[in-house]
Ligand binder design. Structure first.
Ligand SMILES: [Zn+2]
Length: 145
């Protein structure tokens, strides 16, 4: 059991509802673990503190095989451990999106978040941190799916 930060374990990021067999084979490299820890410190711990509720990870670290199997974007930051699809227990995804959007735009915290998407119908938010591996433009948006 590897603890990343006070409230997050590595195992919480190595998950897949649809393909647990692929999730079980994800390679946990020091770089990926460092990125996941950075994601926790910059985004997920402050988010948990703000709402006073647990943050559930629907999808965290992915292998290329897992990402392909679930139809993820080929350029996704999930494969680097720089992104997570999240739900805050008891908090509508819209509120989580609004909070993270403010954090992403605030001058004091804007370097913490690279991309933020609210998937309305699926009811979760995708959030990523700035990448050291494959830098991406910052984007914030809403998807109907
Ligand atoms: Zn995602």
């Amino acid at each position: 059991m590897t603890r990343l930060t006070k409230h997050f374990q590595l195992s919480e990021f190595i998950v897949s509802d649809r393909h647990p067999e692929l999730a079980a084979r994800i390679e946990q490299t020091p770089q990926r673990i460092a990125n996941l820890t950075r994601l926790c410190c910059l985004v997920l711990e402050p988010l948990r503190l703000n709402f006073g509720a647990a943050v559930r990870i629907n999808s965290g670290l992915r292998s290329s095989a897992l990402n392909e199997a679930i139809g993820g974007s080929p350029t996704t930051q999930h494969v680097y451990g720089e992104a997570a699809d999240i739900v805050v227990e008891g908090v509508p995804a819209e509120q989580v999106y609004t909070y993270l959007r403010i954090a992403a735009l605030d001058t004091t915290t804007k370097d913490a978040i690279c991309q933020l998407f609210w998937y309305k119908k699926s009811n979760f938010c995708h959030v990523s941190i700035p990448s050291f591996v494959a830098p991406k433009p910052c984007r914030i948006g809403i998807f109907e799916k």
